[in-house]
Design a protein around this ligand. Structure first.
Ligand SMILES: [Zn+2]
Length: 390
């Protein structure tokens, strides 16, 4: 199923040898950072990459055509996320399957990734009941009862049809003891095995299988282990044995100090294969994504640029340092300057801080769009700069 070419490239094929994922490391930096190309059924992604989060098949307040053309090179976001839990509840994965999969549903013809739904089941839903088989939970929308198992998460993700899907895992609460975290790992690893078995058996059911010449989705495993380096190592080694197309580091940025996040990433990267994509889930501030990319992380996602934008917070480079400005502040009323004079984005080229403050203070929906667009540009340009300097 897999053929490795030296230690720099990995190819993942479907059983009939159609290439479904290719990852090539083009260049490695001194601190472990690497520049690469990730080829997926819907296109090529330059790494390290930041992936905007499109929770409900929309990057909140930002139209697809804007996503496609942002960034300093005008090439836009190359890959975005969608959340399995949200799409499963509304509008439902079967509806999306009938619409041809999430790409067609939202008119996005570039690579996509879906999470397993696990994180939202554990963080958003009420009255969870965890058994070795899966998780019973109530919808945060209407209180209705649902059950997610590894198999069900895979079935939903196959119906959605993102290029990359994630194994279903247990997200342990923080802080958790070593014993509790170890116990949770056993479940996460058993569920990863079941996720992989279901994916291998059913991957030809992806809505675009025939249309994309027999290509299928790729499944990434998720390393857990809380804030314990020995458990992170154990989890990484166990998942690497499963020979999955890529690996994520999960359960971070959940309130721990930043040094701990960095330490856990560094200690986990040591045990992940160098020839496969490595993804840290749910991070972070612009300086963090830059730091982790330079350590050798290839993919990252975070709701921060869009969530901050909707709350009137914008990132800017002031005297070389990254700052978060609050556009609501009175001092920006009547300010004719852009959010960030060094930002090449369409918002900074056209609109003043004074106007943006007015839009935000008046509750105008355009404020959320413009501030999110600037912040996403800021993130994409940060990664572009990292790529050119590795
Ligand atoms: Zn800008």
């Amino acid at each position: 199923m897999r053929e490795a070419n030296g230690n720099a490239t990995v190819h993942v094929n479907s059983d009939n040898y159609v290439m479904c994922l290719e990852f090539e490391v083009l260049r490695s930096g001194e601190s472990g950072g690497r520049r690469g190309l990730l080829t997926l059924p819907h296109g090529v992604v330059e790494t390290p990459v930041f992936m905007p989060v499109g929770t409900a098949a929309t990057v909140k307040a930002v139209p697809q055509e804007t996503l496609e053309t942002m960034g300093s090179d005008g090439g836009g976001a190359r890959i975005i996320l969608a959340n399995t839990y949200h799409l499963y509840l509304r509008p439902g994965h079967e509806l999306i399957r009938r619409m041809g999969g999430v790409h067609k549903f939202m008119s996005w013809d570039r690579p996509m990734l879906t999470d397993s739904g696990g994180f939202q089941v554990f963080s958003l839903s009420k009255l969870r009941k965890i058994t070795p088989d899966g998780v019973e939970f109530r919808s945060h929308l209407d209180g209705s009862k649902h059950f997610f198992s590894p198999e069900h998460s895979m079935a939903v993700q196959i119906a959605l049809g993102a290029d990359v899907m994630m194994a279903f895992d247990e997200c342990v609460e923080t802080p958790a003891t070593w014993e509790r975290t170890r116990e949770s790992l056993a479940l996460t690893h058993a569920w990863a095995e079941r996720s992989a078995a279901y994916w291998r058996e059913h991957r030809e059911q992806v809505p675009w299988f025939a249309e994309r010449g027999g290509k299928t989705q790729s499944l990434f495993g998720i390393v857990q282990g809380g804030m314990y380096a020995d458990l992170r190592r154990e989890s990484a080694e166990r998942l690497v044995e499963m020979d999955l197309p890529g690996y994520a580091i999960g359960g971070l940025a959940v309130g721990e100090p930043r040094e701990v996040t960095r330490e856990m990433i560094a200690r986990t990267l040591e045990y992940l294969p160098r020839n496969k994509p490595r993804y840290v889930m749910g991070v972070g501030y612009p300086d963090e994504i830059e730091e982790y990319a330079r350590m050798g992380v290839d993919m990252m996602d975070c709701v921060l640029p869009t969530r901050a934008g909707r709350h009137g917070l914008v990132f800017a480079r002031v005297d070389g340092a990254i700052q978060r400005l609050n556009i609501k502040k009175l001092e920006y009323a009547g300010d004719r300057g852009p959010i960030d004079a060094s930002c090449p984005c369409a918002v900074c080229a056209r609109y003043s801080r004074g106007y943006l403050r007015h839009l935000f203070s008046s509750g105008e929906p355009l404020a959320a769009t413009l501030l999110s667009v600037h912040n996403l540009n800021f993130y994409l340009n940060t990664m572009e700069r990292v790529r050119t300097t590795i």
